[in-house]
Design a protein around this ligand. Sequence first.
Ligand code: GLY
Length: 390
Amino acid sequence: MSHHFDLLVIGGGVIGLSVAWRAARRGLRTAVVDPAPGSGASHAAAGMLAPVSEVTYTEEPLLRLGLASLDRWPAFAAELGADSGLDLDYRTDGTLDVAFGADDLAALDELAAFTEKLGLPAERLTGRECRRLEPMLAPSVRGGLLAGGDAWVDPRRVTGALLAALARTGGALVRSRVAGVETTAGTTAGTETAGTGTGTGTGTVTGVRLATGEIIGASRVLLAAGAWSGALEGLPAEAVPPVRPVKGQIMRLRSPSRILQRCVRGVVHGSSVYLVPRGDGEVVVGATQEEMGFDTRVTAGGMWELLRDARELVPGVTELELGDVVAGLRPGTPDNLPLVGPTIVPGLSLATGHHRGGVLLAPLTADLCLGDADGELSASCSPLRFQERR
Ligand code: GLY
């Protein structure tokens, strides 16, 4: 293994692997360091590519990022499928958002007006029309909005394909834990900042130190460790990303045949629940949102909440076989926007903080990291917005 890379990515989730694969594909000497790639939030994710219904649509900057990334998904999926030789279970049949009460129906009307304003395909449906599309829906569903442009993908297949594609395009995978970053000022964290210019008192990041003690040099280090991105040792204080773990518990159910043709979601008891069908009959039910620190326990209450709400939408789910249950940690940020781009520390960039949208935002994030996205999108994700000199 070469011990100097053009790009070294810390974190082998859907974000880190996407950037690394795209970089390796263009001939950059690239490495990803992760003791267990694809095992964090990407393993728990449902894989909805649903920018309008998934984000609070009042958050326009985030919505713009989501739409820009959704546009990139068809080519990304096709190229990833070709480079890896693997199927991603990428589907483009849309999301059906359903409503039960008068308040929910009014919210759907607002969402419909908003999507129309943006020129996005969305169709307002009656309860009967919803059940014609999805016969398993509860009789109490009174209306819906079909977002025909939404898509979804199986995130576990995506990380598997990214690992295969990375290897095939010449990228390296180092299955090890990063103990800290290396800087020209040494490995110890420093808090002193330079008075002028872009540098900090801690110098330039020159690589990483593995838990084994081995040092790997890189011209550029990209921190893509999701919810753990703030915990890396040796990071200058002013470059520590403000990410926090937002726990999501999710449940996979198995059915011998597909019970839903598209993603179905709705608000039940004030919380949003979604069901994502896979090609093989699996149905993913998600997800809780809990601020519990680094806690990945699957709880009885979490599962109860998911099943209780999913059953309101699709009563038949309780007949399905329980597949697996998992809890993951989304990397949340103070303004719900991701952190992508260079930091004030030379040699160090971030690609983290994708919160609920890592799978959706992966193609755009790769383009942002490789300088292929427009300036406005890149400005809205810039880590510099939190890096006022302290
Ligand atoms: N994007 C779905 C979730 O975070 O639960």
